[in-house]
Design a protein around this ligand. Structure first.
Ligand code: KG4
Ligand code: ZN
Length: 348
């Protein structure tokens, strides 16, 4: 089954073609990062307008790359939420309309389900059940994944998401948007140990996270530093990054020990962080588990993961009526596995 995937939930426009027999045929991505850089964060209205400008050229580019005709598509999957509503509606309108034109089924995919299933696009994918550390700009969660649509949330952030904390800390020490990659790059020049940051919520039982306090630590360290030198900035960035990474490491180890699940998947934009990948890899020897990462471009937002997740559900017969639906808020634990057997309606 050949599925067209469309992603427009935030500031990345993505289009992909995934085929059940041949895997990912092509994917194209456009990042709006420079558009939003002057504002220090994503401006929703600008994001929606830019998706409208970029989506059709990306669509053409993806079909050209894959060298397939539009009439070969068997189903369309688009991100229906959670995300920025105006941005989501661009992908939903196009996806639903194309499916209607081509007379094929369409499906609104949950953005986080896309992230959770992204490692399935790689050469040696994990098998169910696995534990997933989902760390993005909007979410930080430990999820036990029993199968497509069978997600049990073991813990999550009580305040800022890990990516949000990276972005805010970067801003506080004068780094440009997007903050996460900029802070990671700056931290690579830093020395560990000059600044001491806590590992929030690791001294008590449980698998929840809290990252907002690390912002205050960052601000205080930056204000109290002798001067605003590049070295001080890098050392603070290093201390911040290590605090987030170590906190995530401790909670992942705890979750693995509690569940006895043997595979850990790292998903979401912060999963592109090199230090996090390196540190979590150590769990392979320490805990005798396997750690899986999607390649960095499939950790951050992309349409390949949406095409893959949509393919799994469309193949099982799930599809929607002709209404165009998108939703800014959509709890992950409200998802259910695709129905086995006859096609049914998929309510967003
Ligand atoms: O999954 P994603 O692309 O979008 C959301 O669904 O939120 O995640 C974006 C988040 C941003 O907060 C960004 O700063 C962070 O992932 N991020 C990183 C890195 N690359 C992206 N954080 C730390 N280190 C990175 N290398
Ligand atoms: Zn995302």
């Amino acid at each position: 089954m050949l599925v067209l995937g469309i992603e427009t939930s935030c500031d990345e426009t993505g289009v992909a073609l995934y085929d059940g027999d041949h895997g990912l045929l092509a994917h194209a991505l456009y990042s709006q990062a420079t558009l939003h850089a002057d504002y220090g964060g994503v401006v929703p209205e600008l994001a929606s307008r830019d998706h409208i400008r970029k989506i059709i050229p990306l669509l053409r580019e993806t079909f050209r790359q894959a060298n397939v005709s539009m009439t070969a598509v068997h189903g369309v999957a688009y991100t229906a939420g959670p995300g920025l509503i105006g941005a989501l509606l661009v992908g939903a309108s196009l996806g639903r309309s194309l499916a209607w034109t081509w007379n094929v089924p369409a499906l609104g995919v949950h953005h986080l389900e896309g992230h959770l299933l992204a490692p399935m696009l790689e050469a040696n994918p994990p098998t169910f059940p696995f534990l997933a550390l989902l760390v993005s700009g909007g979410h930080t969660m430990l999820v036990q994944v029993m199968g497509v649509g069978a997600y049990h949330i073991l813990g999550q952030s009580v305040d800022d998401a890990a990516g949000e904390a990276f972005d805010k800390a970067a801003k506080l020490i004068g780094l440009p948007y997007p903050g996460g990659p900029a802070l990671a790059q700056c931290a690579a020049q830093g020395t560990l140990g000059r600044f001491k940051f806590p590992r929030p919520m690791t001294d008590r039982p449980g698998l929840d996270f809290s990252f907002s306090g690390l912002k205050t630590f960052t601000l205080n360290a930056w204000r109290n530093a002798a001067d605003a030198s590049a070295q001080n900035r890098a050392d603070i960035a290093r201390a911040f990054e290590e605090a987030v990474v170590e906190t995530l490491f401790i909670k992942c180890r705890r979750a693995l020990q509690q569940t006895a699940v043997r595979s850990l998947v790292i998903a979401g934009g912060v999963g592109a962080n090199t230090r996090l990948r390196e540190r979590l890899r150590e769990l392979e020897n320490q805990e005798g588990v396997r750690v899986y990462y999607p390649r960095p471009t499939f950790c951050t937002d992309n349409a390949a993961m949406i095409a893959y997740a949509g393919h799994q559900r469309l193949l099982a017969g799930q599809s929607e009526d002709t209404a165009i639906r998108a939703t800014a808020r959509w709890p992950l634990d409200s998802l259910r596995p695709p129905p086995s057997g006859s096609p049914t309606t998929y309510a967003v």
